[in-house]
Design a protein around this ligand. Sequence first.
Ligand code: PCA
Length: 193
Amino acid sequence: MRVLLTGFEPFGDSDINSSWETAYQLGQLSIGGVDMEVVQLPVSFIGSGKLIRKLLQNHKPDALVMLGQRGKGQNIDIERIAVNMMDSANPDNDGFCPHELPIVENGSNAYFSNMSVKTLKDALENSNIPSKISNSAGLFVCNSTYYHALSEIFDNELPTKAVFVHLPKLSDDFTIEFLVKSIKKIIEEIRKQ
Ligand code: PCA
């Protein structure tokens, strides 16, 4: 199974992003039956959307697993839905700070993941990893990148299964080893499906 795994560069006042640290570390591992490509995305509404569409067209992976860092929260959040809205109090890394703008003019209001998010959540819970299904990826760059990815997949009938996972910040409870173990579990679950 060919997997494209993405994480984001740091943003805001942080100089580290747990999503990229996790993706990078996973790229150093070998997971049985998985051929993995790891890419860092910019925290840019425009740039990350263009890049994820290009990556999907070029690689046509079997699965796309996108990681982002959640500001608050003590769970691994499996995101079910991406909505056609950009709205932020803070600028992205390009200095762009949209207020109630569509991601794609006249695009679908929302897209759902084309994977069973419940199955992924259950797989984590069975390994005692605190996890929940989230029905909002926010309105910042994670949501917009997820929207671009799902729009590219659905509109062009690409064969790729895609899911977005929000991770907590790195902490004593959520160490890099723990986050890597959690996402490895998700990738193994996707491989089984
Ligand atoms: N988290 C932000 C963008 C990049 C990231 O890691 C978000 O939740 O939108």
